[in-house]
Design a protein around this ligand. Structure first.
Ligand SMILES: Nc1ncnc2c1ncn2[C@@H]1O[C@H](COP(=O)(O)OP(=O)(O)O)[C@@H](O)[C@H]1O
Ligand SMILES: [Mg+2]
Length: 251
């Protein structure tokens, strides 16, 4: 079962001058981890942003083709704010809000007008547990989030996303600013998250893609070269360009 279906998707920046995504066809399976890999500038982040219409916020972008989520046209007449709740996003650099750990996680619910303390307490705890952060912060929920380590801040951002009960979590190089131990914690976390969420992760680390993803899509200069089960991409790719990339011949 596919969460997303992407068909003949083209994206242009600068009013058409930069053709950043070239006729992309990619299914994204439900409750699996899909990794987007390829050299810098090949369009990975651009594709990720198509899934929750974050590119709408960039002036001069033109998009054609189809992106469907649960068989519904993402670029049709839908509630974009609701789409961005259903399709949450975690960025390369952890971006906690300048407030307490608790308020970071409760933020989205409060914005929806929810103020019942018991309910908020429950969601905050559940979300922090899901993000494998609860035990580290349960005694300091009122402390400022900026006091957390980089890896903890990134897990807090994951908890903040989870609190909104998304279906999908998009992650754009979520560990590239982290040390190996913090990276391992997030990779382990993804293993449990995929039981509940569809995950799409951009990573420049082929080892990471191989460790954590079920499916891998390899991009080159705006083109989707191939996509398949991760083991297939790394062990027996169909295209010689994929082979060259996974062998480290170019980067
Ligand atoms: N906001 C933007 N405005 C104009 N061009 C952009 C913008 N973002 C990305 N691009 C261009 O689109 C192409 C793909 O970029 P990107 O999706 O960021 O690649 P990746 O994430 O694989 O490194 C690059 O040529 C990049 O310069
Ligand atoms: Mg990128």
């Amino acid at each position: 079962m596919n969460k997303f279906n992407i068909e003949n998707l083209n994206l242009y920046y600068n009013d058409g001058d930069t053709h950043a995504l070239k006729n992309i066809n990619l299914p994204i399976p439900h409750k699996k981890v899909t990794a987007l890999i390829g050299p810098s500038g090949c369009g990975k982040s651009t594709l990720l942003r198509c899934l929750n219409r974050m590119n709408d916020l960039i002036a001069g972008v033109k998009i054609d083709g189809l992106v469907e989520m649960d068989a519904e046209d993402v670029y049709g007449n839908i509630d974009v704010a609701n789409l961005r709740i259903k399709v949450g996003m975690v960025f390369q650099k952890a971006n906690p809000f300048p407030m307490s750990i608790y308020e970071n996680v409760a933020y989205g619910l409060r914005a929806q007008g929810i103020s019942d303390k018991k309910h908020l307490d429950e969601v905050v705890e559940k979300s922090l547990r899901s993000a494998a952060l609860w035990d580290e912060v349960k005694d300091r929920l009122k402390s400022n989030a900026f006091g957390l380590s980089g890896g903890q801040q990134q897990r807090l951002c994951i908890a903040r996303t989870i609190a909104m009960e998304p279906d999908v979590i998009l992650m754009d190089e979520p560990t590239s600013a982290l040390d190996p131990i913090a990276t391992k914690k997030i990779e382990d976390l993804m293993e449990t998250l995929k039981k509940d969420f569809t995950i799409v992760i951009v990573t420049h680390s082929m080892q990471q893609a191989r460790r954590i993803s079920d499916r891998t899509a390899f991009f080159l200069m705006g083109e989707l070269v191939e996509h398949n089960d991760t083991e297939h991409i790394f062990m027996n790719p169909t295209d010689h360009r994929t082979l060259g990339y996974v062998n480290g011949d170019f980067g």
